[in-house]
Design a protein around this ligand. Structure first.
Ligand code: FE2
Ligand code: FE2
Length: 154
């Protein structure tokens, strides 16, 4: 029988979509927030393995509320300063994320931390990692100075 999930059991080097050097943009403030998001998703994946995904949902949603405000604002200000060409498209994706977060929150309010809520969070955040962090976010430095463009290889 599996032991009961405890937050102290979270191992940032275990299963799930852990941080890899090729994910970095080279902007420390940005990479730090992306790592935090990945760690939160990884924590959810690990908790699910112990049938305890429900115990981390509320904290994850609170984290996402803050992330979708403070981190997106940081990126949008950076893009505006550097006159980034894809700023409008990027900003639209951020707005879509906020709408999706609102929808997951609404589901959570009606069902609590159900299996459906947990599955939606896992699927949605994995997709966000692939479709946003590893694509649009990685191009954030394209219009920046050369030293800001350094990007470690995998
Ligand atoms: Fe972004
Ligand atoms: Fe980002």
């Amino acid at each position: 029988m599996r032991p009961t999930w405890q937050p102290e059991m979270y191992d940032p080097h275990n299963v799930g979509p852990t941080w890899r050097p090729h994910m970095a943009t080279g902007l420390e403030w940005q990479d730090q927030r992306h790592q935090e998001l990945l760690n939160k998703l990884d924590e959810l994946c690990q908790a699910v393995q112990y049938y305890a995904g429900a115990s981390v949902v509320n904290g994850l949603l609170d984290f996402l509320d803050d992330y979708s405000q403070s981190h997106f604002r940081q990126e949008e200000q950076y893009m505006a300063r550097n006159k980034c060409g894809s700023c409008a498209e990027h900003q639209q994706c951020h707005e879509l994320f906020k709408v999706q977060l609102h929808d997951v929150r609404a589901l959570y309010a009606s069902q609590g931390p159900s299996t459906l809520v947990i599955l939606k969070l896992q699927t949605w955040l994995r997709r966000w990692l692939a479709m946003h962090i590893l694509t649009l976010d990685r191009h954030l430095t394209d219009s920046a100075s050369p030293e800001q463009q350094s990007r470690p290889q995998p």
